[in-house]
Design a protein around this ligand. Sequence first.
Ligand code: NAD
Length: 354
Amino acid sequence: MEIFDMREFDGHEHVVFGHDARTGLRAIIAVHSTALGPAAGGCRMWPYGSTHDALMDVLRLSHGMSYKNAMAGVPLGGGKSVIIGDSRKAKTPELFEAFGRFVDSLGGRYITAEDVGTTTADMTHVARTTRYVAGLGAKPGEAGGDPGPKTALGVYLGLKATVKFRLGRSDLKGTTVAIQGVGGVGYHLCGMLAAEGAQLVVADVRQAAVQRVCDEFKARPVPVEEILGLDVDVLSPCALGGVLNNQSIPRLRARVIAGAANNQFAQGQDGGALLAAGILYAPDYVINAGGIISVSHEYQGGATEAQVIADIQAIPLRLTEIFERARRENRTTNAVADEMARERLAGQPRQLVA
Ligand code: NAD
């Protein structure tokens, strides 16, 4: 495998493969950049079809974390890890302890947390063998715990800022929002939107998740194939990456796209088609930074939940700055965000690991 020649390779500092014969652990950690601090990003557990697929994913995700952390203003670099395996069948406490030893072997260059396929409970097993982990349980009022609700708060505030910029509305009463994926983040987002009088339309491959938001927040369910093309004010992708692609973009009828999913654009998409169609896109790694802001405070220690919330409240300001610059320069919002992230990465001196 020619790793240095892969399209996803972007000058990553470290790419490390970990194996533990006793527990069956097969994992990869990618440290993209420690320019702004130790590299932080969650651990994804996924039944990848091949090592190559897992490597592509961890390279891409760790690169994204450098940009996300730079734009969130947290003192962290970008990294990510993947465990190759089915999270519904292959999880054991021993597997996560072995993963913790793997994380520990990098001596603090990489800090892990939960991601797709892993949970707060899994991270408590990781914490038995390394201190370089966050996203653990937090006491009431303290920073930390499940990052999902904090991500949802940032998406909610960012969605409001995007609606204000594109549609000139300062509240969401009567605004229609289509939410793809009502899991950890989407569920909490639905609660905040409904409390402000937004009309919710939802789709999820898990029927129980759909039922819950319909019962609790009067959301209207639609089949998963229909959610992206609905004639709504806002589309909020909160399920998978790659949803903005050649098939979906011509079908979009929303005026605003503002959701939690990482890597919403499929590879090769540059956002130009959204700009041409008058759709305002909130760059995913800017709007979904609430979780990493919480993780950062938890890892540094001593912060309260109120401080986490105060930092998350800066997300709409950052988005508005991006929107204004994009409008001034007639460029896509994602191109402007990438440029701002690169400026921040280049402008900072290298810090030593924690
Ligand atoms: P989750 O797994 O709890 O929820 C995702 C939901 O999407 C699930 O209910 C799943 O059934 C549903 N889904 C999967 N495929 C679907 C499809 N084709 N159509 C409709 N629904 C589908 O994950 P989460 O923690 O809520 O994260 C959601 C997204 O946000 C992910 O892309 C994640 O990477 C991103 N994100 C999460 C956080 C966080 O703090 N949890 C932070 C940043 C970004």
